[in-house]
Design a protein around this ligand. Structure first.
Ligand code: HEM
Length: 485
């Protein structure tokens, strides 16, 4: 493990040719990155990505330097951001004045105070959405994990954050269209240096998805532009900012921010919750402890915000879930001034990639990094880790504004599902990410939801699995080939 960033004399970063052919990289990017991660062991690595040669920074000191100490130097710019900039370039996901203004307008929706104010509404929305799993066609039968998590998250977010202003018909148009956009952007994200004039797989599907999103989003802007109502939701704050005299803001600015907020508030939470099921399936000891805690605290009641204070293990499971599957797994920065990281000179215009996925799996930072072990986050095991050893929500000025929402929402959804059902995976499959801008499971995760009896006593803990199998999901992600969409 190298020492801190500034104490090492100027040197060259270790260079890793990421692929000999584009096809090889596209087939198995995550495995290659993980191998590099292990070989570099926290030192700054330089990736040979053909025309572009970004650095990969995984050491917590380096991550802190880039995201926090030198955040004014390292900007969200450069080839890796192009696909996103084209999609929502004046939004909170941009940089500079557009980002600052968008953030100032949206921030009040996400303060701890406002999120606390919204928890009752969130609990109602989640209980109602989860209750639908009891439908004749679902209880006791197989459900597809990702679309069901997506439905629950979307119904919740639309009610709570978007003030219920997106109708079910509009949601039914937007959700699959956005899914299409999120999947098809993968090639452009992984091969950012390929010029736009050269077609890549996914381009057509991307354009079709964006067209549908745009039709719906601009209709919504038209409807709420002059009369957004009150309620402090995302529509209200954006439309009010646009209406303010002399704001100079346009419909496109509102549309860009609606899309950015829709993307960040739905896709991330959906994917994180989808990864939960294979992990629990592989770890019956964790699953049994969760059921015991939830049965004892919530029983057959509808989950409420107050329950969360009495569910410490639920919180630990969610924290550990985001250690192994931080769905915002890779985010790039571009240097604007000369600097050094870990003794390596970085020139203006060069890109540095940051990856919580890789930092969270560094053996020199985490013990047994590939094992799913929620007890790492138990108060009695608290040890002083580097602030940037664990950063699923990023850090510095761009740190995720949705982290409080996510924490409350994910804990409530998990609790609400496990208070009603005993989910099992129908055909256990290796849970492998298919990577793009986010970590998506490559195969469908099919769940059988066995309803719990109303007065079912908590089940005794099942015997502990041998240690070896405890990291199996995580380990397998890295040992088998993945394919692109
Ligand atoms: C599993 C859940 C989530 C994860 C892992 C996650 C991760 C992240 C990360 C890593 C960043 C920093 C990106 C960067 O530095 O370039 C970020 C930013 C952001 N996240 Fe999240 N996020 C999650 C959930 C949410 C939710 C639920 C919302 C909204 C309700 C949200 C809204 C945002 C926004 C708007 C930003 C941009 C903030 C800025 O640049 O000022 N996220 N998120």
């Amino acid at each position: 493990m190298p020492v801190s960033a500034d104490t090492v004399p100027v040197k060259k970063a270790k260079s890793f040719p990421l692929y000999r052919t584009v096809a090889g990289f596209v087939r198995d990017p995550l495995l290659q990155l993980q191998r590099i991660n292990e070989a570099a062991d926290g030192e700054l690595a330089r990736l040979g990505l053909g025309a572009s040669r970004p650095y990969l920074a995984t050491h917590p000191d380096h991550v802190q330097q880039i995201l926090r100490r030198e955040s004014e130097n390292f900007l969200r710019d450069g080839v890796f951001w192009r696909p996103l900039n084209r999609l929502m370039g004046t939004s909170i996901l941009a940089e500079g004045d557009d980002w600052e203004l968008s953030k100032r307008v949206l921030q009040p929706v996400f303060t701890t105070r406002n999120v606390n104010r919204l928890t009752d509404l969130m609990a109602t929305a989640i209980n109602d959405a989860v209750e639908k799993l009891r439908g004749q066609e679902r209880a006791g039968r197989t459900v597809n994990g990702l679309p069901e998590m997506s439905r629950i998250v979307n119904e919740t977010v639309i009610k709570v954050l978007f003030g219920d202003k997106i109708s079910p018909v509009e949601a039914d148009r937007m959700i699959p269209a956005f899914d299409q956009v999120a999947r098809s952007i993968a090639y452009r994200f992984l091969l950012p240096f390929v010029p736009r004039v050269i077609p890549l797989p996914g381009d057509r599907s991307f354009r079709a998805g964006v067209k549908i999103m745009d039709e719906t989003l601009f209709e919504l802007v038209d409807r709420y532009r002059d009369d957004p109502g009150d309620g402090g939701d995302i529509f209200t704050v954006l439309c009010e900012a646009r209406r303010a005299p002399g704001s100079g803001l346009t419909d496109t600015w509102v549309r860009d921010n609606l899309l950015a907020m829709f993307a960040t508030s739905t896709e991330t939470t959906t994917l994180a919750l989808t990864w939960l099921w294979p992990l629990l399936n592989d770890h019956p000891d964790v699953s049994a402890r969760l059921h015991e805690e939830i049965d004892r605290v919530v029983g057959s009641e509808r989950v409420r915000a107050e329950h969360l204070h009495e569910l410490p293990y639920v919180k630990q499971v969610v924290q550990e879930l985001l250690r192994l599957y931080p769905v915002g797994w890779l985010f790039p920065r571009m240097a604007t001034k000369p600097t050094t990281i870990g003794g390596v000179s970085i020139k203006p215009g060069e890109t540095v990639l940051i990856s919580p996925f890789l930092t969270h799996r560094l053996a020199s930072v985490w013990e047994r990094p590939l094992e799913f072990d929620p007890d790492r986050f138990a108060p009695e095991n608290a040890r002083t880790l580097h602030r940037y050893a664990y950063f699923p929500f990023g850090g510095g000025p761009h740190q995720c504004i949705g982290r409080h929402v996510f924490n409350v929402e994910a804990q409530m959804i998990l609790t609400s599902i496990l208070s009603r059902f005993r989910p099992t995976i129908t055909h256990p499959i290796p849970a492998m990410p298919r990577i793009g801008a986010t970590l998506r499971p490559r195969e469908d995760i099919k769940l059988t939801l066995t309803p719990k009896a109303a007065n079912e006593p908590p089940k005794p803990k099942e015997p502990q699995e041998p240690r070896k199998s405890q990291g199996s999901v995580a380990a397998r992600t890295l040992s088998v080939n993945h394919e692109m969409p």
